[in-house]
Design a protein around this ligand. Structure first.
Ligand SMILES: Cc1cc2nc3c(=O)[nH]c(=O)nc-3n(C[C@H](O)[C@H](O)[C@H](O)COP(=O)(O)OP(=O)(O)OC[C@H]3O[C@@H](n4cnc5c(N)ncnc54)[C@H](O)[C@@H]3O)c2cc1C
Length: 472
């Protein structure tokens, strides 16, 4: 019996890959999933009406790279190909991504040509950053913040106006704290091994490629041929975990909703007891934990305080989400993905997504304002109301987008501790945590956004890798 702890995309994907392994190995490992709430999907939640779709968590998935292909393979296998809504690289939502600096919205370059031109707020064409890299000395470091690294190699403007807002958009975090390995592991290795990014890139051109291989489904081929930039799922992204949930039920995975686990007791290397809040005990030979690291820390604290301490060291941030629907026929914003606000602007908002251009079947203008993140408590205190967040969001879009009318419908949500922060030393910490588990022969594997990547693709791929590793 294997237990899957948590029914977000990490837990559902783990069960999916365990089922696939059961089939290929002709094994009959019984699977049960334990989810604290009455819903499977974790942060993925959509509100869908005939006029608009509000995404309260993630909205788009990237098709590129091995992890992107892997997700598309799963989507095809689940029979969801017809529901995919792609945004191709020629679509305005792919080309028009903006930043808000000094009270102006600026388009970020989206083509190679754009890199050779001067684009405000940058004082020089971005290509100059490569000359900067060549002329800079390098520092020997184990890790660094992504901000420091980019400032050192490409200059302060790129760090402030390109990387810092990008980090806000991906993990609502502070680029001055996030590890360079989070997004730029290869570039950092080039600097460390060859003295600079450009030097490393030149050397790598002449080295044999050693990438992982993956089967490519028809859907993933289509994504490559049609040059998808990102995609979403018609009817709301929630359709994805809902379909995965149905697939698991049809294949006899025992899904227990409203089952919050409050303690894990490791009996021996093949027995774990999971105790829920009403004292009920579940017995498993192995546990796949896909709940946030701080939640797992509480469950193992009694037996393994050192492990709990390391798990607790992974920080999380809170994000406010304000979804807005304006029914007026004339669009209130220009076609674009939206804009991000660099932290040096000291704004209460992280950015705004123009959902009417990213999500299909919207009758009017739909926007999502994201607030707080790393700066949530600093900007709003500990007991902020939803009304206050709504007012801040309206004030900001009034100033930045000149939208003065009231929304026809809106929805506010505060997502407490929703995104883990891969701060400097994160990867070493995760290594230490896994070493502890191995040395102590604990029958537990770690999946989910706390460890091997914060995006949907990362979470699904980490479930696959973990299952493969445990079953070999
Ligand atoms: C606002 C926001 C926007 C995002 N945007 C994007 C995007 O556009 N694209 C993208 O790729 N990624 C995005 N992400 C990231 C993406 O949502 C996550 O990678 C993914 O949802 C994480 O899934 P998970 O299963 O690891 O965790 P979760 O979704 O957190 O699931 C964990 C589950 O465990 C359950 N649980 C917790 N404690 C217990 C317990 N003690 N017992 C039983 N169950 C428990 C929880 O109820 C939950 O259902 C976004 C995230 C947020 C918050």
């Amino acid at each position: 019996m294997a237990a899957i702890l948590g029914g977000g995309l990490g837990g559902l994907s783990t069960a999916y890959y365990l089922l696939k392994t059961n089939v290929t190995r002709n094994s009959n490992l019984k699977l049960f999933l334990l989810e604290a709430t009455n819903y499977c999907g974790g942060w993925i939640k959509s509100i869908k009406t005939k006029d608009y779709t509000f995404e309260q968590g993630p909205r788009t998935i990237r098709p590129k790279g091995i992890t992107g292909v892997n997700t598309l393979n799963m989507i095809e296998d689940l029979g969801l190909s017809e529901h995919v809504a792609p945004i191709t690289s020629e679509h305005p939502a792919a080309k028009n991504r903006m930043i808000y600096v000094n009270q102006n919205l600026y388009l970020l370059p989206s083509s190679l040509k754009g890199v050779f031109q001067k684009n405000l707020p940058f004082s020089k064409p971005l290509i100059y950053a490569l000359f900067y890299d060549i002329s800079q000395p390098h520092k020997h470091l184990q890790d660094d913040s992504i901000y420091n690294f980019v400032e050192r190699r490409f200059g302060k403007e790129i760090a402030d106006y390109a990387i810092a807002p990008m980090i806000c958009g991906i993990c609502a975090g502070d680029a001055k704290e996030i590890s360079v390995k989070f997004l730029m592991k290869t570039l950092f290795e080039w600097e460390q091994n060859h003295g600079g990014v450009v030097k490393g890139m030149m050397k790598s051109m002449f080295s044999p490629k050693t990438g992982e291989e993956i089967d490519i489904s028809n859907l993933a081929k289509r994504a490559q041929e049609e040059k998808w930039n990102v995609y979403t799922i018609k009817g709301g992204l929630e359709t994805f975990p809902a379909t995965l949930h149905d697939y698991l039920c049809q294949n006899n995975v025992d899904i227990n909703l409203n089952t919050r686990i409050k303690e894990l007791q490791f009996v021996d290397s093949g027995t774990v007891l999971l105790k829920n809040c009403s004292g009920e005990l579940f017995n498993a030979s192995h546990v796949y934990s896909t709940i946030p690291s701080y939640a797992l820390a509480k469950l193992v604290e009694k037996q393994h305080p050192d492990l709990a301490q390391e798990l607790n060291e992974i920080p999380f941030v809170t994000v406010g989400i304000v979804n807005l629907y304006f029914s007026s026929e004339t669009p209130l914003v220009t076609p674009a993905f939206g804009f991000l606000v660099p932290p040096i602007e000291n704004s209460p908002i992280l950015g705004v997504v123009f959902d009417s251009f990213c999500i299909p079947d919207q009758n009017g203008t739909v926007l999502t304002v994201m607030l707080g993140g790393k700066w949530f408590e600093e900007k709003f205190g500990e007991n902020v109301t939803e009304e206050k967040l709504f007012n801040v969001a309206m004030q900001e879009i009034g100033t930045i987008l000149n939208i003065k009318e009231k929304p026809t419908v809106y929805h506010v949500n505060i997502l407490h501790k929703c995104i883990p922060q891969y701060v400097i030393g994160h990867y070493e910490r995760v290594g230490k945590i896994r070493d502890y588990i191995q040395k102590n022969n604990l029958p537990i594997s770690l999946v989910g956004s706390s460890y091997d990547g914060v995006g949907i693709n990362d979470v699904i791929y980490s479930a696959k890798k973990q299952v493969q590793e445990d079953c070999t």
